[in-house]
Design a protein around this ligand. Structure first.
Ligand SMILES: [Zn+2]
Length: 457
């Protein structure tokens, strides 16, 4: 079924909220813009959905057919992967197309070969995926000690967002090479000195888990390019292809059972329907091996204090919280307090807002701005730094789960947590732009991550 990339204009914000709740449209939440005739958002939808919207009074600006253009991206990727699997073919900087699932794994293994073996170690994740794939992560750091701050980068959670594993592999390749050769890294107008790189690797632990959902990535790269979920088999009796899979980034243990916690009127972008194309939360919190692997990293490396989850698209850097707007004056008004069940997830009201200490918010914003400034220095793209909650709240996401851990259990580290949504809505096939544009995005986000590593202490 074809899905179109489109701009949809509704008369007011409530009309846009209906896109998610009533029309089941895939919207890029943070692309909402006030325009002369209402509010506009970037979205993906089927032909039938777009026609229904036009009939209901929305203005629809159709861009490309995302599935047809996705086939072009798939062909470009196969053209890259047809060549021999030599180490140089794993270089993202020299590459001409996206890394496939095997190449990402091969690049991780190669990143721990001599001379990197003194500071880079391969981590095997314990849970095999539904299609029996084994995932790996890297630990990069020269030295040891519990006081070293841990910084955890996660990618490849959503299948169709092809660029995140490539960004993280590039980050690893660039950083490792600079460290072993004692050279600076220059991206756009920003220079990361050899001394800064040495300081990061010798005083901090970096954890890089670039391909959390390899089954989904493989399916998106070879079959249905717009696929987002993992590949959990469909429940018995469900035969439609969209009834497989769980949205990993709605499966974490944070307000997971959203109908219990949220206002019934909240336009929350989550679903309990296994056949939801996008945001099925799964049969229980952390039901999925992919989610369990991502969580295992926090549990296994308790010095992790910073976390960035890479997604696309909309050129945003999002910080906590995603379930409701932030507030710093009522500590009792928080996600653990059952007195507020049924009240969460409405923007611009006072019935509920999520608590964050003002000093934590200050750090959260400061680090987001550090990433933004380094991204801008690459080629001038200005990513917005904002709270994850927008018109559409979320539950069960990685960033809120990561920051909630220390509140649920005071023995756990406080983890400042972010979601980056790389890439512009102006790109055709914005979930997987043509590779020449993707390489520009790879450079700019790498710059943001390097600045983050320097700033996070
Ligand atoms: Zn995503």
């Amino acid at each position: 079924m074809s899905r179109y990339h489109a701009r949809i204009t509704g008369k007011d914000q409530a009309a846009l909220a209906d896109l998610v709740t009533k029309h089941k449209i895939i919207v890029a939440r943070h692309t909402i813009e006030k325009v002369h005739d209402g509010y506009r958002i970037d979205a993906h939808a089927t032909d039938a959905q777009l026609k229904a919207l036009e009939a209901a009074g929305y203005t629809v600006d159709r861009r490309e057919d995302a599935e047809a253009e996705g086939k072009v991206r798939q062909r470009e990727t196969r053209a890259r992967t047809a060549g021999p699997q030599e180490p140089e073919s794993l270089s993202v900087a020299a590459g001409t197309g996206y890394l496939d699932v095997e190449q990402v794994e091969a690049a991780l293994a190669a990143a721990t070969a001599t001379p990197n073996d003194t500071f880079a170690r391969l981590i095997k994740l314990p849970h095999a995926t539904w299609e029996k794939r084994t995932c790996h992560a890297l630990k990069i750091g020269n030295g040891s000690g519990a006081a070293r701050p841990g910084i955890y980068f996660l990618g490849g959670v959503h299948a169709r967002e092809w660029g995140s594993p490539d960004i993280l592999i590039h980050f690893v390749q660039l950083l490792s090479n600079a460290y072993t050769t004692h050279t600076p890294i220059k991206i756009g107008s920003r220079t990361f000195s050899a001394a800064d790189i040495k300081h990061v690797i010798e005083t901090k632990d970096l954890f890089v888990f670039p391909q959390a959902n390899p089954d989904g990535r493989h399916y998106s790269m070879t079959a249905e390019s717009m696929w987002r979920k993992n590949r959990r088999p469909a429940p018995a009796g469900h035969t439609k292809p969209q009834c497989c899979g769980v949205d990993i980034n709605r499966n974490y243990n944070f307000l997971w059972n959203f109908p219990q916690y949220f206002d019934p009127q909240s336009p929350i972008a989550n679903s309990t329907d296994p056949c939801d194309y996008e945001v099925y939360i799964g049969p229980s919190a952390e039901s999925e091996p992919e989610t369990q692997n991502a969580v295992w990293m926090f549990d296994t490396y308790p010095n992790i204090r910073y976390f960035v989850d890479l997604h696309s698209y909309s050129e945003d850097i999002l910080y906590n919280w995603g379930d409701d707007e932030d507030q710093s004056s009522h500590p009792d008004m928080n996600f653990q307090n059952a007195a507020y069940d049924g009240k969460r997830g409405i923007a611009n009201d006072n019935a509920y807002r999520e608590f964050i200490k003002s000093e934590d918010k200050k750090i959260a914003v400061h680090l987001a701005n550090a990433m933004r400034d380094a991204i801008r220095a690459s080629r001038g793209r200005v990513y917005k730094t904002e709270q994850s909650m927008s018109l559409y709240p979320t539950a069960g996401t990685s960033d809120d789960y990561a920051f909630s851990r220390h509140i649920v259990d005071a023995k756990k580290a406080k983890v400042f947590s972010y979601t980056i949504e790389w890439g512009s809505p102006d790109n055709p096939t914005p979930f997987h732009p043509a590779y020449p544009e993707m390489k520009q995005i790879i450079d700019e986000v790498t710059s943001g991550l390097l600045a983050f590593c320097i700033e996070a202490n």
